[in-house]
Design a protein around this ligand. Structure first.
Ligand code: PEP
Ligand code: MG
Length: 591
């Protein structure tokens, strides 16, 4: 539970935060002052506009170079997660849109470069925060880091954290750390990181995980409570820190740390091994992502590629659709980070519960049954074609396939195929490269598609079952209703029968079938899916280690026997019980 205050455990004062990077540490706190630089606020006259802009350009060039030096030092020894976050940071510092916004502020408001930067970033960050999407809101901090870096450079200050020379390794305590600050740290010098702000998806947390440094982020009032030199216990598993701990508390933490590092070592060793059942059958576990930066997290968690990239996030929080080039650059980055592993890009699934002002969809009585996903794509063909062209172009940079959501009839599918062929021809005549092999597949998430699975299988290259919507539409339960959650089970016999129809149809036509809905991220349901014949599952990255362990614990024969028993049961509860009875104890792997 997250609280804003501290509570007492023995002599220890325990502060709650958010688990940023798993692991435990006991050490002395080192407070680093990374508070944002003050902003110079000066009005300027028209004749100094050029000089202000030159001052800004100079800071961009110097900050960009400094970051490239950090990046070069990391090359070859850092993980892809670290280097690609730094690369993205360089791109943000040198971003043309940011420069244009700063130039506009200098001219229109008659203010100095520092002030103009502050105004421009405040506007961009506010837009992201107002999106209501926690991922985008988190990205607003990235702009603030970029601002801080540039302000420091303009003021002639240092960008990196300087740790005291030959000091003992310490627990770093800060208000916040920028990606470059975090990436510059090493496990030898830093026992753990604790910050006042941040979330699990903030770059501090992502990098701490890549560096395997325990971290707790988002600890309110941290700096008011901890001083440099204080003994501090960091619990990155549960997201807690303890100050003034007793000897007993410390001994208990050391014991937990020992157990944790055994489990972590096993998981690390497992990460690069194929994911297999106990009898040696390979099952490919892929990641579901929503933002390009999650591609790195997917790799960290051992994903064998991305099975679902929800691209609609590119369309939210803006009034004009993203251009072909902007989309191409974004998709290309994800495809390149994952290469040679495959990436499945899904065309936008807007409408229903995901609203975007790009499309100006009229208000509907039942948005989930309305102009959503592929229906919207077919109704706004120029926007759909732009996305298809951008995806086709990205295929030149790695292994990729394209998937279309919410297909409900064969006529609709044939129209999609026609547009896809058109997009390929247009990319070719524009002189851009593309892969000759881009499988085009559909999501099966509407009951009619499952019922017609054989006909669809004959005309698609792969099928991915979206159990979240399949449950919603089959059981007529709004997927966001907490009150009806008791009905919305992917273990409902009706769902299992539809899933089986799709698997059988895929087998008959030799088409790959996978599940990318939440069913795949539940250990017992994942075993059931293996028993039903699936060998490819896609899920949120954080579920991958647990599902890998679940699959590693069972044999295909056991999973098949469980599936057979499940099909004889009549309710979701019965199926849940029989799976828990057969596998529950084995999957209980403790902390
Ligand atoms: C699904 O419906 O199961 C799915 C994976 O798609 P989304 O959750 O994006 O609707
Ligand atoms: Mg869906």
């Amino acid at each position: 539970m997250r609280g804003d205050g501290a509570h007492q455990v023995g002599t220890a004062q325990v502060l709650d935060g958010i688990p940023g990077s798993a692991g435990y540490a006991v050490g002395h706190a080192l407070i680093v002052d990374t508070r944002r630089s003050g902003v110079v606020r000066r009005h300027v006259t028209t004749d100094s506009i050029a000089a202000e802009l030159a001052h800004f350009d100079d800071a961009v060039a110097r900050a960009g170079n400094e970051l490239r030096v950090v990046l070069a030092a990391k090359q070859g020894q850092a993980s892809r997660a670290e280097t690609s976050i730094l690369e993205a940071y360089v791109l943000m510092v040198e971003d043309e849109t940011l420069r244009a916004a700063v130039e506009h502020k200098i001219q229109s408001a008659g203010v100095c470069a520092e002030w103009a930067l502050d105004l421009a970033v405040a506007e961009m960050a506010a837009q992201l925060r107002q999106s209501g999407d926690p991922y985008l809101a988190e990205r607003s901090h990235d702009f603030e880091f970029v601002e801080d870096r540039l302000l420091r450079t303009m003021a002639g200050k240092q960008g990196a954290i300087v740790l005291p020379k030959d000091g003992a390794p310490a627990v770093l305590v800060a208000h916040d750390l920028s990606p470059a600050e975090t990436a510059g740290l090493s496990r030898e010098r830093v026992l753990a990181i604790v910050t006042e702000v941040g979330t699990r998806t903030s770059h501090t947390a992502i990098l701490a995980r890549a560096l395997e440094i325990p971290a707790v982020v988002g600890v309110p009032n941290l700096l008011a409570r901890v001083g440099s030199g204080d003994l501090i216990v960091v619990d990155g598993v549960h997201g807690r820190v303890a100050i003034t701990p007793s000897a007993e508390f410390i001994a208990d933490t050391h014991a937990r740390a020992g157990r944790f590092s055994d489990v972590a070592r096993n998981r690390r060793e497992a990460r690069d091994r194929p994911i297999q059942t106990r009898c040696g059958q390979t099952v490919e576990l892929r990641a579901n992502i929503e933002l390009p930066s999650e591609a790195e997290v997917a790799l960290e968690q051992g994903a064998r590629g991305v099975g679902l990239y929800r691209t609609e996030f590119l369309y939210l929080d803006r009034s004009e659709p993203p251009s072909e080039d902007e989309q191409y650059e974004t998709y290309r980055r994800v495809v390149e980070v994952l290469a040679p592993l495959p990436v499945t890009l899904r065309t936008f699934d807007i409408g229903g519960d995901k609203f975007s002002s790009v499309f100006q969809v009229p208000a509907e009585m039942n948005p989930a049954l309305g102009l959503r996903a592929v229906r919207l794509g077919l109704a706004r063909q120029p926007i759909f074609l732009t996305q298809l062209r951008a995806m086709v172009r990205a295929s030149a940079h790695g292994r990729m396939r394209i998937m279309v959501p919410m297909i409900s009839s064969l006529g609709e599918w044939r129209e999609v195929k026609r547009l896809y062929e058109q997009a390929r021809r247009e990319v070719e005549s524009a002189g851009h490269a593309q892969s000759p092999q881009i499988p085009l597949g559909m999501m099966v998430e509407v009951p009619s598609a499952a019922v017609m699975a054989e006909e669809f299988a004959a005309e698609t290259e792969f099928m991915s079952i979206g159990t979240n919507d399949l449950v919603q539409y089959t059981l007529a339960v709004d997927r966001s209703s907490p009150e009806l959650a008791y009905l919305a089970s992917f273990l409902d016999p009706a769902i299992l029968r539809l899933v089986r129809m799709v698997i059988r149809a895929g087998k008959k036509c030799a088409r790959p079938v996978l599940v990318c809905g939440a069913m795949a991220s539940d250990p017992l349901a994942a075993i059931l899916l293996v028993g039903m014949g699936l060998r490819e599952l896609s899920m949120e990255s954080s579920a991958i280690p647990e599902i890998r362990e679940a699959i590693g614990n069972i044999t295909v024969a056991e999973a098949e026997a469980a599936a057979e028993a499940a099909f004889a049961a009549e309710t979701a509860k019965d199926i849940e019980h029989l799976l828990a009875e057969r596998f529950g104890e084995r999957l209980d792997i403790g902390e």
